[in-house]
Structure formats: structure tokens, C-alpha cells
Design a protein around this ligand. Structure first.
Ligand code: TXA
Ligand code: MG
Length: 310
């Protein structure tokens, strides 16, 4: 892990030239560029082959710059105090005089914002006078990367610099909460929705199919581009079998997400395991039934979308 200052300096230089840099976050790695520059953010869409209609999350160091770009409300402040920096993104109203590039928002008047907690990326954000637009650093609809090597696998040499922050600790994307009106969860993620609900002490809906063009709502997403079957008791021969916990009797086609049935650990290992299976050239993946609570619900959301790959 080479997290030295010289790498951060290099990243600042590249970003200042409106180029992209791969950055580690506690959720997944991001493909970052200056959120105020259309030239820079254009490159994100091109590299990821992402449709322009899909808006980007903007990453801030703290509230100072954010206040120039967004209207802040009480629910936001309450959640910010408790969960940021950390794995949660907030949808806020964009200020008219904001400098955020139109590319980032798909010309809408809302903005997804996040304050990542990874030390290296916080260090980088602190040195910039603009926030970073950063979607997950994968080709659109594929699995998100959780290490520097994963980002390299996605983009090869097209991305000049990827900061190495080790394996992402959470391993799935941030929870997205819409705070424009009554809080609504738009994407399940790094902070379980039950926790947020309890803390806000309010009714909290989870909008599975949002009308707002929204978080990972594409039918096929998070896909290793191999057939994937869910709720399987017995896998086919030669099929990779993903288990929620390690079995007494393992076989070479079996891959476990957690040693002791811990759903948080399983979420952390999900993308890493799917990527590994893909590299082993399996043609099909079977996954055993995963309890649909807490991080299990997040895992199921991702796997369900991955299983739509035909
Ligand atoms: O954990 C994360 O959130 C990672 C790391 C890198 O921060 N980022 C990430 O970005 O997952 P991305 O682009 O892969 O997913 C962001 C999702 C997109 O599906 C997009 O539709 C949604 O957030 N989104 C962005 N802006 C929005 C907005 N204004 N309203 C509703 N949804 C929005
Ligand atoms: Mg993504």
C-alpha cells in the first residue's frame, strides 16, 4: 500500500488538468474528476461508457464547499452529524449559483453528495478547491471495484493514476437517501435502512423503482457478466457456488462470503468473490439463499440485479 504524500500530489496535478484519478473509498473505489468542470466530468462518462442521463455523486471534504452548491436542511444536518464522513449519500437541492457542471446532474436541480471517510481520499479532498464527482470505477452495469487492482482490470492504462487505499472496508456502495422532501431511501447500501429509520424516528420509505432516474435502478447492474442463479440449494456440476458461510464440507467450486454467517463481512466480500469467480472462467454462478435483513438485504439487491444478466 503506497499512500504517500507524493501520490496525493500527483493526483492533485492530474485532477487540476481535468483528468480522472481512481480513488479509494470505504464503500467502493471511485473514478474521480473535478465536479465543476464539464471537460473533466465528460471523461468520466466516456471511460465508464455511462449514459449522460445517469447523474453522478459529488464527494466533499466538509460543509464549507457544500454550502456553496446545495441548500441544506435539518434532516441533512442530523444525518450528517451522525453518519458523515461515511457510507451515505444525500440528495439535496442544487443552488442556482452552484458551479457544479451540468454533466453531473443531467441538468436537474438536485445533487447527490457524499463525504467519504477513507483517510487517503479525505487527504486528497482537503487539498482541492473543488469537489470530486466520482461514480464507482467500473464500466457501466458491471461489478464495482474494491481494490486498486480491480480498477486496473476495468480501465487498463486509460486511467493514469489510481491511489492505493487497500481493500474497501464496506465493499458495497453508499446508502442513498433523498432529503428534498420526506426522507426516502433510493439505494440500499453501507448504512442499513433500519438504523437510519430508528435514528430519524420517522417513517422512511424505500423507493425500489424511483421515477427520479435513480441509484443502480437499472435492471441489470453489478454484474460479473456470467449467468447468476439465486436461492439455490444444490448447484449444477462445474458451477461456482456462493455460500453465505463456510461449510464443514467445502469443494473447489464453493466460495464463502463469511466464515461465521456475518452479513456485514459477507457484503464486504461480495464483489471480490464475484470478480474472483469470473477470473476462474466459470460459466455460471449459483448463490444460496441469503437472509433478507440488514446487509443481507443489500447483498440481495445487488445479486438480484446481477441475475438479470442473460
Ligand atoms: O459508495 C458510493 O456511493 C460510490 C463511491 C465511489 O462513492 N459511488 C457510486 O456512484 O456508487 P455511482 O455513480 O456508481 O452510483 C450513484 C447512483 C447512480 O445510480 C445515480 O443514478 C444516483 O446515484 N444519483 C446520482 N445523482 C442523483 C440524483 N440527483 N437523484 C437521484 N439519484 C442520483
Ligand atoms: Mg456504480
Amino acid at each position: 500500500m503506497k499512500n504517500n504524500l507524493s501520490n496525493i500530489k500527483k493526483a492533485v496535478k492530474i485532477l487540476n488538468k481535468n483528468q480522472c484519478v481512481g480513488i479509494p473509498t470505504e464503500t467502493v473505489y471511485g473514478l474521480a474528476a473535478n465536479a465543476y468542470s464539464s471537460d473533466a466530468t465528460d471523461k468520466i462518462f466516456k471511460l465508464k461508457k455511462r449514459p449522460k442521463k445517469n447523474p453522478l455523486i459529488v464527494h466533499y471534504f466538509n460543509l464549507k464547499l457544500l454550502k456553496k452548491d446545495c441548500e441544506i436542511n435539518d434532516n441533512f444536518l442530523k444525518l450528517y452529524k451522525k453518519y458523515s464522513p461515511g457510507p451515505i449519500s444525500y440528495i439535496l437541492k442544487l443552488k442556482k449559483k452552484s458551479l457544479i457542471s451540468k454533466n453531473v446532474t443531467n441538468k436537474k436541480n438536485t445533487l447527490a453528495v457524499r463525504f467519504p471517510s477513507h483517510r487517503l481520499t479525505r487527504n486528497l479532498l482537503k487539498q482541492l478547491n473543488y469537489p470530486l464527482a466520482a461514480p464507482s470505477a467500473n464500466i457501466s452495469t458491471k461489478i464495482s471495484p474494491v481494490s486498486k487492482k480491480d480498477v486496473k482490470d476495468e480501465f487498463g492504462r486509460k486511467v493514469k493514476l489510481i491511489l492505493d487505499g487497500g481493500q474497501s472496508k464496506i465493499g458495497v456502495e453508499s446508502t442513498i437517501i433523498n432529503l428534498i422532501k420526506k426522507p426516502q431511501i433510493l439505494r440500499l447500501g453501507g448504512i442499513p435502512k433500519e438504523q437510519i429509520k430508528k435514528y430519524l424516528n420517522s417513517h422512511l420509505v424505500y423507493i425500489k423503482k424511483s421515477k427520479i432516474n435513480s441509484p443502480g435502478q437499472e435492471k441489470t447492474h453489478y454484474s460479473p457478466y456470467i449467468k447468476l442463479r439465486l436461492n439455490i440449494k444444490k448447484p449444477n456440476r462445474n458451477e461456482a457456488f456462493v455460500l453465505i458461510k463456510k461449510r464443514k464440507k467445502m469443494n473447489q467450486n464453493y466460495f464463502y462470503l463469511s466464515k461465521k454467517n456475518n452479513l456485514k463481512e459477507a457484503a464486504k466480500n461480495l464483489y471480490k468473490t464475484l470478480r474472483f469467480i469470473k477470473k476462474r472462467k466459470y460459466k455460471s454462478i449459483a448463490v444460496e439463499k441469503i437472509p433478507n435483513k440488514g446487509f443481507g438485504e443489500v447483498i440481495n439487491d445487488r445479486l438480484k440485479r446481477a441475475s438479470n444478466f442473460k
